[in-house]
Design a protein around this ligand. Structure first.
Ligand code: 2AM
Ligand code: CA
Length: 268
């Protein structure tokens, strides 16, 4: 039997500790590098936070596996067993440019199913967290279930303009009528925070073309705990070993957008 309470307590303790590392970095000069392209940033802090979390997990839970953005984890081909899916800083560009609108994201999965989700907005000291079946919280405050009455016409959707104008896999113009019908659009630049905002109802949906497992693993657990729906843009189940498009939303908005705007496009 896995002791999920113990795992959850450790995860929270380490995430808070990692938050302190990030906060203290604000006084230092960051070392910034680029990865796949000139806008894909990584700093010494991303790497230090991931290394810190990996070291803690390996020491306390040597049989757990780790999938991490900065490569300190394992190369995984299955999600069998317990897997920590970690983004040490989600929203690195915001971290570098704004010192806000970023977070630490930790999802803990068992045999591919999300059990624990932690999203820590370091600057605001806000921890969004959930254990499957036990409700979701922001710090100590329980998050209510999402309303089943919300409609697209009264929704704020998060959508990243850059990914809408250019995408090789999905014709981005299919999203134009959705954007037009929504009350408004926003973009925060941190997928995990955008999931947390859907979970709190600050956003009613978030659509994006290509995210990695560590951007969304924690968010999916938290959003599902309040009744939100997270799928690919085609409406399929998310594969946490691959990059994929994401549509996460209030349950009613998800259904409305899938049925009225997306389903026909993908079944054509
Ligand atoms: P990151 O900051 O951890 O890289 C920005 O719109 C969001 O998308 C952030 O959550 C960012 O995560 C993620 N992101 C940016 N570039 C990406 C890429 N090439 N593939 C997958 N996710 C990406
Ligand atoms: Ca990151």
């Amino acid at each position: 039997m896995n002791n999920w309470k113990e795992i959850d307590q450790h995860a929270k303790e380490w995430v808070y500790e990692a938050g302190k590392m990030i906060r203290s970095s604000f006084e230092k000069t960051l070392s910034i590098h680029t990865k796949s392209n000139p806008n894909d940033l990584v700093t010494d802090i991303d790497q230090a936070v991931e290394a810190y979390l990996c070291e803690k997990i390996r020491t306390h839970f040597p049989d757990h596996k780790i999938l991490g953005e900065e490569g300190a984890g394992h190369e995984l081909t299955t999600l069998d067993g317990i897997v920590w899916i970690i983004d040490p800083i989600d929203g690195t560009m915001n971290f570098v440019h704004q010192q806000r609108n970023f977070c630490i994201s930790v999802g803990i999965y068992e045999d591919g199913k999300g059990i624990i989700g932690l999203i820590y907005d370091v600057v605001h000291d806000e921890l969004y967290h959930a254990v499957k079946g036990q409700g979701a919280y922001m710090n100590e405050t329980p998050l209510p279930k999402l309303s089943r009455d919300t409609i697209l016409e009264e929704s704020i959707l998060a959508i990243n303009a850059t990914w809408v104008i250019e995408n090789k896999r999905i014709d981005p113009t299919i999203l134009a009528p959705v954007v037009k019908k929504a009350r408004g659009t926003r973009s925060f630049g941190s997928a995990a925070l955008e999931f947390a905002y859907v979970a709190t109802g600050r956003l009613d949906g978030y659509i994006t073309m290509r995210l990695s497992p560590w951007d969304i693993a924690a968010g999916v657990v938290i959003v599902e705990e309040v009744g939100g729906i997270a799928t690919t843009l085609e409406g399929n189940e998310i594969d946490f070993l691959k990059k994929s498009s994401i549509f996460v939303a209030n349950p009613n908005v998800h259904q409305q957008v899938m049925e009225k705007y997306l389903k026909d496009h993908f079944t054509k």
